[in-house]
Design a protein around this ligand. Structure first.
Ligand SMILES: Cc1cc2nc3c(=O)[nH]c(=O)nc-3n(C[C@H](O)[C@H](O)[C@H](O)COP(=O)(O)OP(=O)(O)OC[C@H]3O[C@@H](n4cnc5c(N)ncnc54)[C@H](O)[C@@H]3O)c2cc1C
Length: 404
């Protein structure tokens, strides 16, 4: 992309302007500027090197990106779900690997602590996660516990005041660079399913915890993803999130619920960017003596893409506001994640189509984003799992209406 890139500033939702919102507007414009000047110009370089330069990571720390969702009392920005959604739609207009570097800290890797941590655990870890001094990760998935995350095989056996953990976690974002691991393990071997699972906070350097090399991935290159290996890893019972065993799966679901709203924002940002890229290209590329943007079949792809972005954005902001007002948005969070991730895949596909052969060649923005956004339909609940969830909740809702 050329140096004239501007991130697209969709008009803000209907945030009521208070002094807090004015400072939020300032935060949002600083983020926009950082993405425009420090990330977008380097996205091809990062894709090739499979590494984000430390200078950029430090810039993320300086800007407070690691702590947006963490409460202010622990050094974060304490953003609401709506504000976080607006930020997510900005940060993900650059290749999403950038956001993945700090996204754990301001999402899934801190959320378990925020919702269920003890006061001591929060005090010890949240300020360092907010500043980016520590990188966190969320280690739930195992080789045989993917969509069925309740099938946890990692064990945590109690011995005195300690637990000994054994097992392997796979596909863990930031595991190769993480300092703090939220690890889910089965503490009660007599119970199958969610009930016997406990969440532990384990620091790198703890004997028995190691991480693999990063995987070579289809996209989001620069985002280190790997395994967490636990071999007789001994931790104090104080490492249990919230201090009580057996509640880990409930904690994981609370964190994932919020994360699904975050993720919807992260799917909408790339789609916004791609609409801009499509339009720019369609205006300048000429065939049959005219700009391809003059052809109505090309216009259809642009129109359908912008329409879908708008719809996903509206659903996201509505859901985020509902969550902020204290309503249960479990089903809506699934809807947001499903709609936005599927939409983003379709927009990326259309972007490749509009770029023609150039869109298939390495180094083209559509080619890179097409690979990057494929992940969205797989993690934090595959599309099929969200469809199943939505169906289940819709049917339960209808039953309630019938019996009322
Ligand atoms: C790059 C990357 C980063 C990740 N980061 C993390 C992380 O930080 N932490 C973490 O814990 N995990 C992480 N994951 C794991 C991710 O959440 C899982 O890959 C995902 O939950 C799917 O599990 P699976 O890969 O085992 O697929 P499976 O569960 O084996 O699914 C395979 C296929 O079967 C379908 N399927 C399964 N069950 C059903 C059903 N009931 N009905 C219909 N279809 C079904 C699925 O939709 C899918 O199409 C990451 C994965 C990747 C690739």
């Amino acid at each position: 992309m050329n140096g004239h890139w501007q991130t697209i500033n969709y008009k803000q939702g209907n945030l009521i302007m208070t002094s807090t919102d004015q400072s939020f507007e300032h935060l949002l414009s600083s983020v926009r500027e950082f993405i425009r000047t420090e990330c977008i110009p380097y996205e091809k370089e990062v894709d090739l090197a499979d590494e984000i330069p430390e200078r950029i990571v430090q810039g993320m720390r300086d800007l407070g990106l690691f702590g947006h969702s963490i409460p202010r009392e622990f050094g974060g920005a304490g953003l609401t779900s709506e504000q976080l959604s607006l930020v997510n739609m900005e940060v993900s207009q650059a290749a999403t690997t950038f956001r993945a570097r700090f996204g754990g800290n301001t999402g899934i890797a801190s959320e378990s602590l925020i919702v269920d941590g003890t006061p001591d655990q929060k005090k010890k870890y949240l300020p360092k996660l907010a500043s980016g001094e520590l990188t966190g990760c969320f280690a739930l998935t195992e080789p045989n516990a993917g969509s069925d995350a309740t099938a946890q095989k990692t064990t945590a056996i109690k011995e005195g005041n300690e637990y000994i953990l054994n097992g392997t976690k796979c596909f863990i974002t930031n595991a190769p660079v993480a300092d703090l691991f939220t690890v889910f393990a089965r503490t009660d071997q007599t119970i199958k399913g969610a009930a016997g699972v406990t969440a532990f906070l384990i620091e790198r350097g703890t004997s028995g915890l190691s991480t693999s090399q990063r995987y070579q991935m289809m996209g989001q290159r620069g985002s280190p993803v790997g395994e967490v290996i636990l071999e007789n890893c001994r931790v104090s019972e104080n490492a249990i999130v919230g201090g009580r065993p057996g509640l880990g799966f409930r904690t994981a679901m609370k964190a994932l619920n919020k994360q699904r709203i975050n993720l919807a924002g992260l799917c909408i940002g790339p789609a916004i960017r791609l609409v801009k890229e499509m339009v720019d290209y369609a205006r300048t590329r000429e065939q049959f003596g005219q700009a391809i943007g003059e052809f109505q079949l090309v216009q259809q792809m642009i129109a359908e893409s912008n329409l879908e972005v708008y719809a996903a954005r509206a659903l996201l902001l509505e859901t985020a506001r509902k969550r902020d007002s204290g309503q249960d948005v479990t089903m809506e969070a699934s809807m947001c994640k499903l709609l936005a991730s599927e939409m983003c895949g379709r927009v990326a596909d259309r972007a490749v189509q509009i770029f023609g052969g150039a869109g298939y060649i390495a180094g083209n923005v559509a080619e890179q984003f097409y690979r990057d956004v494929r992940l969205f339909r797989l993690y934090e609940g595959t599309s099929q799992i969200h469809l199943v969830n939505i169906a289940k909740r819709t049917m339960a809702m209808m039953n309630e209406v019938k019996s009322a």
